[in-house]
Design a protein around this ligand. Structure first.
Ligand SMILES: Nc1nc2c(ncn2[C@@H]2O[C@H](COP(=O)(O)OP(=O)(O)OP(=O)(O)O)[C@@H](O)[C@H]2O)c(=O)[nH]1
Ligand SMILES: [Mg+2]
Length: 619
């Protein structure tokens, strides 16, 4: 569990952390010289009856609010420090606002430096603090008067922190691992080390990890929690993780997030979010440049709402356009500051870290349920669908919760392999597939069906959805698929009245012509230009045989001719084409294409100038 300090500069935060933990977290020479905190400080706090606590000590100076933000993000508990002699000051209020925006879950207020203030004055300050915390995350926090110099009240402060720690429900452990990096350095003999507060999940030695948004790959060499080696670090821990395979120089600290390789984290330059500006903040239009703080990331951004600028005091769905990619998850809290004057002006909650495009509209409403947002995402994804694996980050729930969510939504979505589609989109696609097949039958009545590939390319949705729809249509008995061709159930090529008459006429003509069938051109002259399609269809049905590219014989004629040839060549006879012509009784014009057909079919074999019988025909 993490406890973060907060409070105005010089109010005694670092002195209190030292009184509580014995650790002086102001280590830098510049911090010593100026007597202020500049960088984040870390110390373990062991309290009787409380879970282990990691303390993050933040700077109070107004110039270092960005650092305070990086430290305050991910804390469970706040220790708001107010010097009794000064009372509530500007950064007391700004830090309080930040804690509220980040959704800190509880905490304690220390009214410190009690040794330098009169009790009456202390009471006034306590009242002032009460009204400052009213309505926020620390509303019910205990207020403890204490002094880091005399040690007065430190035990009471420890007891109050213990109570606050026990009041917070434990975070779920079985989630995706994520740790925003707040420091990176190299240690002789160990190599590159990154530190941070584990936001979710757990990580162990030898696991493969990625540093996002850069995407640098590394392996976990070993892990430490407050200087002690541990086999695994989990949610809410302060962790120092030694990495193999990465140089310190490759790691940009601000905004770098350590995740497990293969988990569905993405970095994005566009987010959807619900945003609210603090009372008294300036109005923010779509062109207003703001600073966006999420985790340890701190970057320029613009906020776009539907229908005009964002006004203080209203929670509103927006799209956030970032100057650089960040790693975010739905449910993440962030803070917005104005650049000049540098001030905290608002914040919000990410509602979609991965909109499909830069122009994606904000969600239609704030405070949507998971079911609602899933429905919006599926509708927006349309025929492209979305991967189930993207939902733990896009919806912001543990993978196990997402499985339940998807199972509950089974009437509104269709799952095809790893992709999910809106059920209405799937239904429409099914109808489109059917319509495409019908249209193909109308336009090409002599064709046996439409290639499935042609359906895929004309329906314009993910190929796997088309395939699933076709499979459903087959299952429902509405269509058939054979040899890669889809057709309406019961469809016969050329089955229409007009087509049937024409094909019957063509077949009759060819049957009548027997061994002397007309050529393609002659057929076209009598039966129409598209006679080729009819011939192809009759070949598919087995009524005709394409003996040559422009000669179609009826099956009966071919059978008769083949028998005649077999008789003529029986007993191993070897005959020339002229001899065969006499046996068959047709001119060379018909004979030669037929004999070549026999050669191709293996009915006859060429031998010198003549032919002999080939292998016996298949029955
Ligand atoms: N008399 C008295 N002085 C204190 C007490 N706590 C801190 N101080 C003094 O107040 C000054 C500031 O203390 P820090 O602990 O550095 O204050 P801080 O809140 O950490 O300051 P920043 O980190 O720069 O915001 C130091 O000179 C401390 O010695 C206290 O309980 N009583
Ligand atoms: Mg300090």
């Amino acid at each position: 569990m993490i406890l973060g300090t907060a409070g105005h500069v010089d109010h005694g935060k670092t002195a209190l952390v030292r009184a509580l933990t014995g650790v002086d977290t102001d280590r830098l020479p510049e911090e010593k010289r100026r007597g202020i905190t500049i960088e984040l400080g870390f110390a373990p706090l062991v309290l009787d009856g409380a879970p282990p606590i990691g303390v993050v000590d933040v700077p109070g100076h107004e110039a270092f609010v960005r650092t305070m933000l990086a430290g305050a993000t991910g804390v469970d508990l706040a220790l708001l420090v107010v010097a009794t002699d000064e009372g509530v000051m500007p950064q007391t209020r700004e830090h309080l606002a930040i804690l509220n925006l980040l959704g800190v879950r509880g905490g304690v207020v220390a009214l410190t430096k009690s040794d330098v203030a009169e009790p009456d004055w202390a009471q006034l300050v306590e009242d002032e603090v009460r009204s400052a915390i009213a309505g926020g995350a620390l509303e019910r926090a205990e207020i403890v008067r204490c002094s880091a110099v005399t040690g007065d009240g430190i035990d009471r402060l420890k007891a109050a922190i213990t109570r606050a720690a026990l009041a917070i429900p434990a975070r779920d452990a079985d989630d995706l691992f994520r740790m925003p990096v707040d420091r990176a350095f190299s240690v002789k003999g160990t190599g590159t080390v990154v530190t941070g507060t584990v936001w979710s999940g757990a990580l162990g030695a030898d696991e493969l990890v990625q540093l996002l948004p850069a995407g640098t790959e590394a392996r976990v060499r070993n892990l430490e929690q407050h200087g002690a080696a541990v086999p695994e670090v989990g949610v809410g821990a302060r962790a120092a993780i030694a990495l193999a395979g990465v140089d310190r120089a490759e790691i940009g600290v601000r905004g770098t997030v350590l995740v497990r390789t293969g988990d569905p984290w993405v970095s994005s330059r566009v987010l959807r979010a619900d945003v609210a500006l603090l009372d008294g903040a300036p109005v923010v239009g779509s062109r207003t440049r703001v600073r966006f703080h999420l985790g340890t990331a701190d970057l320029g951004a613009r906020i776009v709402a539907v229908g005009g600028p964002v006004h203080p005091g209203v929670r509103i769905p927006v799209r956030i356009m970032l100057d650089a990619p960040v790693v975010a998850r739905a449910g993440d809290r962030f803070v917005i500051r104005s650049a000049s004057p540098a001030a905290t002006i608002g914040g919000g909650i990410v509602t979609d870290p991965e909109p499909p495009s830069r122009r994606a509209k904000p969600w239609p409403a704030t405070t949507a349920t998971d079911e609602q947002r899933l429905a919006w995402m599926l509708a927006e994804a349309g025929g492209k669908g979305l991967t189930a694996g993207s939902l733990p980050t896009r919806i912001g729930r543990r993978p196990a919760d997402i499985d339940l969510l998807v199972a509950r939504a089974k009437r509104t979505l269709v799952r095809v392999g790893a992709r999910l589609f809106d059920a209405d989109v799937a239904k429409t696609t099914e109808l489109k597939c059917l319509a495409t097949i019908r249209l193909a039958h109308e336009q090409h009545p002599l064709e046996p069906g439409l290639p499935v590939q042609a359906i895929r390319s004309s329906v314009h949705v993910a190929a796997e959805l088309v395939d699933a729809c076709i499979a459903r249509l087959v299952e429902a008995g509405k269509i058939t698929v054979a040899g890669g061709l889809a057709a309406r159930a019961g469809w016969t090529a050329g089955g229409g009245d007009a087509d049937s008459q024409r094909s019957a006429a063509v077949l009759a003509a060819l049957k009548a012509a027997g061994p002397r069938p007309p050529s393609l051109d002659e057929l076209a002259a009598t039966h129409g230009k598209d006679v080729f399609a009819i011939l192809k269809m009759l070949v598919r049905r087995g009524d005709l045989i394409a003996v040559a590219s422009d000669r179609y014989f009826s099956r009966e004629s071919v059978d008769q001719l083949v028998s005649t040839v077999e008789v003529a060549l029986a007993g191993g006879a070897e005959l020339t084409a002229s001899q065969l012509r006499e046996a068959i009784g047709v001119t060379r014009k018909y004979l030669i294409p037929f004999l070549e057909y026999c050669d191709r079919q293996g009915i006859t074999l060429r031998k010198g100038d003549g032919r002999v019988l080939g292998a016996p025909r298949k029955p």
